[in-house]
Design a protein around this ligand. Sequence first.
Ligand code: ADP
Ligand code: MG
Ligand code: MG
Length: 250
Amino acid sequence: MLSIENLVAAVEEKTILKGLNLDVKPGEVHAIMGPNGAGKSTLGNVLAGREGYEATDGKVNFAGKDLFELEPEERAAEGLFLAFQYPVEIPGVSNLEFLKASMDAINKYHGRPELDSVSFMKLAREACKAVDLDQSFLKRGVNEGFSGGEKKRNEIMQMMLLQPKLCILDETDSGLDIDALQVVAKGVNELRSPERSFVVVTHYQRLLDYIVPDYVHVLADGKIVKSGGKELALELEEKGYSWLEQNEVA
Ligand code: ADP
Ligand code: MG
Ligand code: MG
């Protein structure tokens, strides 16, 4: 699904990712933890092809294709979905218009017919319900005036409609109360399947009680410095990150 080899990437000419390796197979859920400023969000942004984030070395294969050969829109159409740490607001474009345009673009890319509006509305209403958002959110501007929790639910709703192959969730749990956290986790768990993979970036072990990962990685100073199973998250919660840096030196 995703194979990252020796990825080096820079933001504003400053090297942030310094030789990162990660291998995600279909159906797997990988959690990435690590100190502030380690490069976790940068990784997501580089993979999504966000402007200003430049890969300077390394290889990334996504679903059998060279990721860097694809434009950001093509990456999305191939099934890469990034849920941002800070979801963007698009005032004046309704959630419905945005979702329909996104789905139409993906169908067009794959040479499939456009979804008719009745079927689309049915799917949109179901997705809204699944994340506990009132139907009125479909008519509002994308994320416009949404609370933190509503933005995160909205992203899960987008995921449900777009059915991506690989979902990268960047601190989807930050700022969520326990109810919203459970709604988000439930949405993710419903989307888990043998064909779909997740990379979940989080600061807190708590999310991983609800979204149980197959692997946990620690990203520190632009590299994966330790990998393990779900129990690694508990160890990190207890000991923090500094012991890892000491181990590295030793
Ligand atoms: P994390 O998500 O692990 O907390 P980030 O990937 O957001 O870390 O940031 C890693 C480093 O890259 C930080 O030093 C941050 O200041 C820098 N950085 C990230 N994005 C930008 C940007 N758009 N402009 C300048 N510096 C950035
Ligand atoms: Mg951070
Ligand atoms: Mg971040």
